[in-house]
Design a binder for this molecule. Structure first.
Ligand code: NAP
Length: 418
């Protein structure tokens, strides 16, 4: 039985159907209701442009047989105006119920009692995997010689590690209590004037993340999954992440995967056809490897902090955050998002690059199984950049480019859809 539609306080869903969860995959109707958060600052500019592009691609790819029923929900400043709180229950309920949603960037209200709305979304909806595909689009200026060689999909654990918010400020009774326990009862050495943060990494958190990364690698016919960790130093957290990651591969995907050790011991270094290679790298070495041997990496899975650094470092390598898409995904619920912020100085100027949000929509279309529409957006965007028709941020780095507004960029992309 499908769950009944929740009773919303201040919003009502449009005509359309709900995406549901099947035995092994999502069941997506031809007119799925998809909630979206416009976002603050430049959010309205990039959401307006991106929705035009996604709608045009869906229309063209499926000859009008499919159409997204957009359902506006609120967070951030627009939610403050409508509800008086930055993260209304209506929005969380809508995302949970309709399963797939997309959002623009959000300003975190100062003194609102919430550290970050994005972190709140991840934690409240149990969106444990932060997924960031990083690849180069021909024509995008990059600081490296061979940007095309990097084509990775990063799976970053989203709910634990030093980000779990267990921190005690130096000088407080709480910090003193934690320190006293660790020093007196556990024999730890900690300076008296320390702030203290706790880094939990669990079997549950690790395995569900690595499982998702391996499943993705299998479904997308990728070649390898690399576990990135700092296990040489933090053996029981980062080292355990590596060990539990290998355990998932061995216990749940034995037929589809082999380890690097097995590759050499049993196959003389010759990769058997159709298998996914599971390997691991220490985080600092991995930062070198993505620069020096980028083509050796494919899907990469890592704990929260490593993933945070690695996602932006890789994005910089292919031309920066302006074009980097992202998603936060749980068992089924998925929230796709622009990875940059609200860039308030450009708000309402119809000026910025909508690429990050547009490509997050490409990920969303793929997640729906609407691959034809996803490809159409991706190809048309690439073609437009190749024609050097770009927004200000790329134009200032490209010789002979034509600078266009956000909305003109969207129109050029639509015109380039075959
Ligand atoms: P930001 O909004 O990402 O902007 C920093 C700079 O990045 C901009 O001034 C602009 O650089 C460039 N930029 C960002 N998006 C662009 C786009 N679409 N097209 C072209 N250039 C773009 O970072 P911030 O100024 O540090 O943060 C502003 C607010 O955003 C803060 O309230 C922060 O909390 C929030 N934030 C939200 C998210 C999120 O919702 N996911 C993420 C990060 C930050 P130039 O001026 O050099 O052109």
């Amino acid at each position: 039985m499908a769950d009944p539609t929740p009773t919303f306080e201040k919003i009502s869903p449009p005509a359309g159907e709900r995406i549901t969860i099947g035995r092994t995959r999502l069941r997506v109707p031809d007119n799925p209701i998809i909630p979206f958060v416009t976002g603050d600052g430049i959010g309205p500019d990039i959401m307006r442009a991106s929705k035009r592009v996604w709608d045009a691609a869906v229309e063209k790819a499926f000859e009008g047989k499919k159409k997204i029923a957009w359902f506006e929900i609120y967070a951030g400043e627009m939610a403050m105006e409508k509800y008086g709180v930055p993260m209304p229950k209506d929005s969380l309920e809508a995302i949970k119920h309709f399963i797939v949603a997309i959002k623009g960037p959000l300003t975190t209200p100062v003194g609102g009692g919430i550290r970050s709305l994005n972190v709140a979304f991840r934690q409240l909806l149990e969106l444990y995997a932060c997924v960031r595909p990083v690849r180069w689009y021909r024509g995008v200026p990059s600081p490296v010689k061979r940007p095309k060689a990097l084509d990775v999909v990063i799976y970053r654990e989203n709910t634990e590690d030093v980000y779990s918010g267990i921190e005690y400020q130096q000088g407080t009774p709480e910090a003193k209590r934690v320190r006293d326990f660790l020093v007196n009862e556990m024999g730890a050495k900690i300076r008296e004037d320390s702030g203290i943060g706790i880094k939990p990494i669990s079997i549950t958190g690790t395995k569900r993340l690595v499982r998702k990364a391996i499943r993705y690698a299998i479904q997308s016919k990728r070649h390898s999954v690399t576990l990135v960790h700092k296990g040489n130093i933090m053996k029981f957290t980062e080292g355990a992440f590596r060990d539990w990651g290998y355990e998932v591969a061995r216990e749940e995907f034995a037929d589809e995967t082999i380890t690097e050790q097995e590759l050499w011991d049993k196959h003389g270094g010759e990769m058997p056809k159709g298998k996914i290679l599971i390997k691991d790298r220490i985080a600092d070495s991995m930062f070198q490897q993505v620069l020096t041997r980028p083509d050796e990496y494919d899907v990469v899975a890592m704990p929260n902090l490593n993933g945070d650094y690695m996602s932006d470092a890789c994005a910089a390598q292919v031309g920066g955050l302006g074009m980097a898409p992202g998603a936060n995904i749980g068992d089924w619920v998925a929230l796709f998002e622009a990875t940059h912020g609200t860039a308030p100085k450009y708000a309402g100027k119809d000026m910025v690059n909508p690429g990050s949000l547009m490509l997050s929509g490409v990920m969303m279309l793929e997640y729906l199984g609407w691959k034809k529409a996803a490809k159409m957006v991706q190809r048309a965007l690439e073609k437009t950049i190749k024609q050097k028709v770009v927004t200000y941020d790329l134009e200032r780095q490209m010789k002979g480019a034509t600078k266009v507004s956000t909305s003109e960029f969207a129109s050029a992309i639509i015109a380039n859809m075959g």
